[in-house]
Structure formats: structure tokens, C-alpha cells
Design a protein around this ligand. Structure first.
Ligand code: UDP
Ligand code: MG
Length: 342
């Protein structure tokens, strides 16, 4: 059982060593622990610090691409290095390294595929009142969208089984945290949460420069995830509001019409029609979104199988032996069939 601990890093030369020193060297049930950093285009000595410390793997971007891309690069690299479990943590020593043991336990016991570390948000002194409320609100929306019971959705302290890592994909450019949970819930993966401890703040958040920016980005991320995974439900609710108002105004107009008092009320007829059309089109867009999400599911399935074939050599071997992977032979057989027909 091999565990790879990955740390996305953007200019973390100052705190990385502290975070690395905090990581566990041994965990019951794990045969080997490897350490990996994803250098997200750092311009400081992050890579030097990591190499001097002796991390096993360094994945490097030549420019800053954002946490979501760095996280996914780590997942892909972890799979290729043969990880059975991948744990993600922060380079600012935000999360308590000792608690990685708690994170991997449900996976080792076969109870979960994804484990999210639940931070003690309300007891974190450096989180402002607004940030605490927003984190709770974000988690609540993610729980609704994903139909899971995850209490701390924006937490970056997580463990993934190899199987779960094969399924992950992130479209959002900014953060992977919310989308991966919605996806896991939708794909009926076994996702759970364990309480973990955090350390005092060593530096300000790199992701959330200002509270205004944080609110805007979180809202957009959640809205996007909702539209992507629950488009029909969301747009049906949004569309039914103007539709029903328009319908009510239309009924009102009809009562005047049948009482032969319609003249002077044409404006309400126009308003009723406009609102009903807006509502109807919104619901139809929701239906289109639903059809697109079915397509996305198929693409996700293909991506999963490509990853399996790419990263699980043993799987590819089994397939070959079972005769399921005979694409070139099939083609040549068909060619010869045609030749026979001629
Ligand atoms: N990070 C990254 N690329 C970025 C921004 C951040 O790889 O463009 C890394 C950063 O080095 C850290 C992790 O993502 O290890 C989380 O960032 P941060 O701690 O600032 O976010 P927070 O914990 O406040 O959400
Ligand atoms: Mg952090």
C-alpha cells in the first residue's frame, strides 16, 4: 500500500520546509510513503527547498496556472507513480500532518474512496466572522448540490483512493474543492469526512486576496457547479418563477377579456407573454444542460478507462490476456473479411 502526499506550491519557499517536516514518516497499514510537490510556476526557491528536503517527486509548471491545475497535475502524477492513496495538503502548514493518519483510515478500512478533513472553522482565530459564515454557506450549498453530508467543503486536506483519483476531473480554473465533492456525490462515490486539526496561520491566504473577491469567486464556483450538475433542477426553478407570474397576469387579462373589458389591458397581455416565454426558454435551456451532462458522463467514463489503461499496467496486461484489447488485430481481421468478399 503506497501513499503519496502531494503539496501544490506557489512561492512557498518560506513555509514549505515546516510543512514537510510536519508530515508523517510512518502510518500503520501503509508500506511506503512518498512526498511530492507540484511547483505552480514559483519564482522563489520552492523547488530548491523541496529538493534539499528530499521529496520523492517534483512536478513543475513553467508559469503559474492556479491551484486547480496544480492539484490535477498532482493527481495524474500520483497515479503514474503507482499511488494507492493520494493525500493533498497545503504548503503553509495549515493542516496538522499527524492527522493524515485519520484521513487515510477510512480508505484503508475500505469504508470510503474520498475523505475530506473537517477543519474546526468556528474555532479558527484568523478566520474573520464573514469568512466563517461564507465557508459554512458554501458547504451547505455543496451538500445540497452533491447530496452528501460533507460539513467542510472548501477544505484542501483530503485523501483519495486510487480508484477515486481515476475518476476525478476539474473544469474550474480556480479551485477544485467544491467541484470534486459535487462530482463524487453525483457519481455515488463513497465520500466521508473526519475532524482534523489545523495549525496557527503562517501567512495570508494566496487564494483569497480580498473578502469581496472571495465572495465573488465562491458564488461563481458554486453557481457553475450547480449549472453543470443540476442544470434541469436549477433552471426549472429559475424558469418557473417568471412563467408562473406571467401565467397569473395572463389569467387576470383573460378575466377582463371575457368581461369584454380587455381594451386598456393589452400591456398586461404583452407582459404575461414575455414572462411566460422567458420562463419557458429558461426551462428548455435546463433540459439542454441535462442532455449535455449525460454526454459529460460518457466522456468521464472514457477518461476513467483511458487512465486505467495508461496508469494500471497490470490492468492493461489483464485486458490483453483476456483478448479484450485486440484493436489492431480486429482491424486487420475486418480488412481481410473485405478482401474475402471481393
Ligand atoms: N497554490 C498553488 N497555486 C496558486 C495558489 C495557491 O499551487 O496559484 C497552493 C499554495 O501554495 C498552497 C495551496 O495551494 O499550498 C493552498 O493555498 P492557500 O493556503 O493560499 O489557500 P487557503 O488554504 O487559504 O485556501
Ligand atoms: Mg492554506
Amino acid at each position: 500500500m503506497k501513499l503519496i502526499i502531494q503539496i501544490p506550491c506557489y512561492n512557498e519557499a518560506e513555509t514549505l520546509e515546516i510543512a514537510l517536516n510536519d508530515l508523517p514518516k510512518k502510518i500503520d497499514g501503509i508500506d511506503k510513503i512518498e512526498y511530492m510537490i507540484i511547483n505552480d510556476g514559483s519564482t522563489d526557491d520552492t523547488v530548491k527547498v523541496a529538493a534539499a528536503w528530499g521529496v520523492n517527486h517534483i512536478v513543475s509548471f513553467t508559469r503559474n496556472k492556479g491551484l486547480a491545475k496544480a492539484f490535477m497535475a498532482g493527481i495524474e502524477a500520483g497515479l503514474s507513480y503507482g499511488a494507492d492513496i493520494i493525500v493533498n495538503t497545503d504548503a503553509d502548514n495549515q493542516y496538522c500532518g499527524e492527522d493524515i493518519e485519520k484521513l487515510v483510515k477510512p480508505i484503508l478500512e475500505g469504508r470510503a474512496d474520498i475523505v475530506i478533513g473537517e477543519r474546526p472553522i468556528d474555532d479558527t482565530p484568523h478566520f474573520s466572522w464573514l469568512k466563517k459564515k461564507l465557508q459554512h454557506f458554501g458547504s451547505w450549498v455543496v451538500r445540497k448540490a452533491s447530496k452528501t453530508g460533507i460539513p467542510d467543503a472548501p477544505s484542501g486536506f483530503r485523501a483519495f483512493s486510487r480508484e477515486a483519483a481515476m475518476h476525478i476531473n476539474v473544469v474550474n480554473e480556480y479551485t477544485y474543492t467544491l467541484e470534486t465533492i459535487v462530482q463524487a456525490g453525483r457519481n455515488k462515490m463513497a465520500i466521508t469526512s473526519v475532524p482534523i486539526r489545523t495549525n496557527p496561520e503562517l501567512r495570508k491566504s494566496r487564494l483569497f486576496g480580498s473578502m469581496g473577491g472571495y465572495v465573488k469567486r465562491s458564488m461563481l464556483t458554486i453557481l457553475r457547479a450547480l449549472l453543470m450538475y443540476r442544470s434541469l433542477a436549477v433552471l426549472s426553478i429559475l424558469g418557473s418563477i417568471p412563467f408562473l407570474i406571467g401565467f397569473g397576469i395572463g389569467i387576470n387579462f383573460l378575466t377582463y377579456y371575457f368581461k369584454h373589458q380587455a381594451s386598456g389591458h393589452i400591456q398586461s397581455l404583452i407582459l404575461a407573454c414575455t414572462l411566460m416565454i422567458i420562463g419557458f426558454v429558461t426551462i428548455v435551456i435546463g433540459m439542454l444542460g441535462d442532455v449535455l451532462s449525460a454526454n459529460r458522463k460518457l466522456i468521464e467514463d472514457v477518461q476513467y478507462h483511458v487512465r486505467k489503461l495508461t496508469y494500471d499496467e497490470s490492468d492493461a496486461e489483464v485486458w490483453k490476456e483476456a483478448g479484450s484489447l485486440k484493436i489492431p488485430e480486429c482491424i486487420s481481421r475486418e480488412d481481410s473479411d473485405y478482401a474475402d468478399d471481393e
